[in-house]
Design a protein around this ligand. Structure first.
Ligand code: HSE
Length: 305
């Protein structure tokens, strides 16, 4: 085999209560990533999109991850990577992770599956570092593993997959770009102890609720006192969207990753569709373009097409 194509899904990180440590994978949207073996010992990048992403390997999230894979595996050949990007950069649903995870997952297939999911997440995190200046794994880990994933530590990387009951996600992406590096720069460097306590109580409760399938506890725990109050100022109609979605029956939700996308979780697909309508209705008189997705939670993360 000298060529493989994978689908690399969008991911929702933070999930309101787990800033930088919790994420889940969506079925939709996804990028298509094709990787081919080439004789030269380098990475060649082809993009099919209008996003003007850099194609120099050292400036490209897939490029840095693949270069590290080549070095770690001591390969004498290189790779060409061709990416059809459906996930807009700066959307808050793990666009950079989809590129880097798709690339290393596909390359690993071509070299006989030498790396574990844990290894591939570490390689993909190099792309996150390049894109945002921060070595977080709350998009990369769910993209590689699928489902809900908790990143207890990034150094050393410590990942736990979390069982969850049936859940559907509704995501709205207002078509404005919010750079992760910029939405990180506005965050406080210190937090009051009482807010920290409320946040870690909610995270523990949310993870327990996922594992036990307790939707009511999930709803009560989806509140963040540290990051969202600051970041919501970057998101158009944040409060209105949240209120309309809860009214439509969503369990809870908030900012997806660093925004501007917002997500909501529902316990059945009909409610998730109604939540999508509620999101649309908030923007009905707005000139802001938006995409709305209803998606199941991806069980598998990156998969071969
Ligand atoms: N956890 C990261 C953040 C995700 O919120 O900044 C963005 O990639």
């Amino acid at each position: 085999m000298t060529e493989v194509t994978v689908r690399a899904p969008a991911t929702v990180s933070n999930v309101v209560v787990g800033f930088d440590c919790l994420g889940f994978a969506l079925e939709l949207p996804f990028d298509e990533v094709t990787v081919r073996i080439i004789d030269e010992s380098r990475v060649r990048i082809i993009h099919h999109d209008d996003f003007d992403l850099p194609t120099e390997p050292e400036q490209n999230v897939a490029g840095v991850a693949l270069s590290a894979l080549i070095k770690t595996a001591e390969l004498t050949h290189g790779f060409e990577v061709e990416i059809t990007k459906n996930i807009m950069p700066g959307s808050g649903v793990g666009s950079s992770s989809a590129s880097s995870c798709g690339a290393v997952f596909a390359a690993n297939q071509l070299i006989g599956d030498r790396f574990t999911k844990h290894d591939l997440t570490e390689l993909a995190m190099l792309g996150e570092q390049l894109a945002s200046g921060s070595r977080h794994a709350d998009n990369a880990a769910p993209c590689i593993y699928g489902g809900f994933v908790l990143v207890r530590s990034t150094d050393p990387l410590d990942i736990t997959e979390i069982e969850h009951p049936p859940l559907w996600a509704t995501v709205i992406h207002p078509q404005i770009e919010v750079k992760t590096s910029e939405s990180r720069a506005i965050l406080p460097s210190q937090v009051p102890l009482k807010d920290a306590v409320r946040n870690w109580s909610n995270l523990a409760a949310f993870v327990t609720a996922l594992s036990s399938g307790d939707y009511d506890l999930m709803a009560r725990s989806m509140e963040d006192f540290i990051v969202e109050p600051v970041r919501q100022t970057l998101i158009p109609k944040y409060e209105e969207v949240k209120a309309a979605c809860l009214e439509a029956g969503a369990i809870g939700g908030g900012i997806s990753g660093s925004g501007p996308s917002m997500f909501m979780l529902s316990d059945n697909i009909n409610t998730a569709d109604e939540v999508a309508d509620a999101m649309e209705s908030v923007f009905s008189n707005s000139e802001i373009e938006r995409n709305v997705y209803v998606s199941a939670i991806s069980r598998d993360g990156v998969t071969i097409m």
